[in-house]
Design a protein around this ligand. Structure first.
Ligand SMILES: [Zn+2]
Length: 405
């Protein structure tokens, strides 16, 4: 006898009493019951989690273990548990209702959006995934933000209208006359979920009974995906939570800018413009300063090392590579060999530029060998990266260039 699927008959049933029919002890511990309210993962909807209780004394149930996941395997509904139970044990099972109900809200909202997109644009939902944070739908056609906002408005009207969601089990004959969305040819009994005026779809998942339970449908993002689009949306309690978090964030940002929450986009834009203007000014000042320092250096030196560390540093932090190259060229007017060292992105990483009146490639090779580096270039200028201690790099460069050959 297959497990009786109580969740299909009533998705609002939270608990059940059942008997252990099979206990599987392979890599993981799994139980199969004679009947269950636990929905097994399928159709983009995660499997239920929950708790199992056993009867300690007649009428007294104590917690036995958690159900960490529910899946359908070889046509059986298996409950993943942390502690097994012998066949024949009577149990009480209870699903994590808060999570399940959020999935029901999101799943029904997804039906309405997919159904309306299909009706208006003829696109199919070719991928669907629900997680803790959002619902992701892939459509096989392109939709822009304005079109999706129109869809959002329409489906939320359906939420306001408090429509009854129907589940039908049509015969093969009845089915042949029905128009419904379906991802694949289904063998056996087909379950059709109908949101009147919005969607008719073959689906085995869990849905709410009335559309007002969805509370609201909010589309969060759209991006191009495999010739179509990937749409992210959220419904019900999850949407409320999302709104709360985003509201708190926008209030905080607004406060730090001393503007109203609706003005933060403008405030951020202004700050970014100001920021890039300041950056440009700073880089001009830094360049001028570096040139002046360089001007005062004495001519005819053997080696100059430019770094961004220490009080006498000539390179400013985050100095852009073009500027470093320009400074190396200026320093070359004062010395035969020049090394510029700037911090890389990785730990202990330095970027180097070597300018030389002899052969920069020979110097780069020696530096690369000594400091696990890589890079190269022309005889006049080389560049690359090194790993290790900046002071040691400086000392080593001086030692290999110090004496005239
Ligand atoms: Zn469904």
């Amino acid at each position: 006898m297959k497990t009786k699927r109580l969740y299909e008959m009533d998705p609002y049933q939270v608990s059940m009493e059942a008997v252990v029919k099979e206990c599987i002890l392979q890599n993981e511990e799994k139980l199969i019951f004679d009947q269950t309210v636990f929905y097994p993962e399928g159709g983009g909807e995660p499997g239920d989690k929950g708790c199992l209780y056993i009867e300690n004394e007649p009428g007294e149930w104590i917690l036995w273990t958690e159900v960490t996941d529910t899946r359908e395997e070889n046509g059986e509904i298996v409950h993943y548990v942390k502690k097994p139970l012998p066949v024949g044990t009577k149990i009480r099972g209870e699903i994590q209702w808060k999570t399940r109900y959020a999935y029901m809200q999101n799943h029904t909202g997804e039906h309405m959006v997919s159904g309306r997109v299909h009706e208006k644009y003829g696109y199919d939902n070719v991928g669907f995934h629900m997680s803790k944070d959002s619902v992701v739908i892939d459509f096989n056609g392109e939709l822009n933000w304005e079109q999706l906002m129109e869809i959002e408005e329409e489906v939320n009207q359906g939420v306001d209208d408090n429509l009854s969601v129907k589940v039908e089990y049509p015969s093969r004959d009845e089915l042949s006359g029905m128009i419904y969305r379906s991802k694949k040819e289904i063998l056996g009994q087909v379950r059709i979920v109908i949101v009147p005026g919005y969607d008719s779809c073959a689906c085995c998942g869990m849905h709410v009974a009335k559309t007002s339970e969805i509370q609201m449908i909010k589309i969060l993002s759209v991006q191009n995906h495999r010739g179509g689009v990937r749409v992210e949306m959220i419904c019900g309690r999850d949407a409320r939570e999302d709104y709360r978090k985003k509201h708190e964030q926008s209030v905080e940002v607004a406060r730090s800018f001393s503007v109203k929450p609706y003005e933060i986009t403008l405030a951020v834009k202004r700050m970014l413009e100001e920021n890039s203007r300041l950056k440009m000014q700073l880089s001009q000042v830094q360049a001028r300063l570096a040139e002046e320092i360089m001007d005062r250096m004495e001519d005819g030196q053997r080696t100059i090392v430019l770094t961004e560390e220490g009080s006498d540093s000539i390179l400013s932090e985050g100095c852009d590579p073009n500027q470093v190259r320009r400074l190396v060229n200026l320093a070359r007017e004062k010395a035969v060999h020049v090394l510029a060292l700037t911090r890389g992105n990785k730990e202990k990483e330095y970027r180097y530029i070597i300018g030389s009146g002899e052969d920069a490639r020979v110097l780069a090779k020696e530096m690369n060998e000594k400091f696990a580096g890589r890079g190269g270039g022309s005889s006049m200028m080389t560049q690359g990266s090194l790993f290790g201690n900046g002071n040691e790099m400086e000392e080593y460069f001086k030692s290999i260039t110090g004496e005239e050959k």
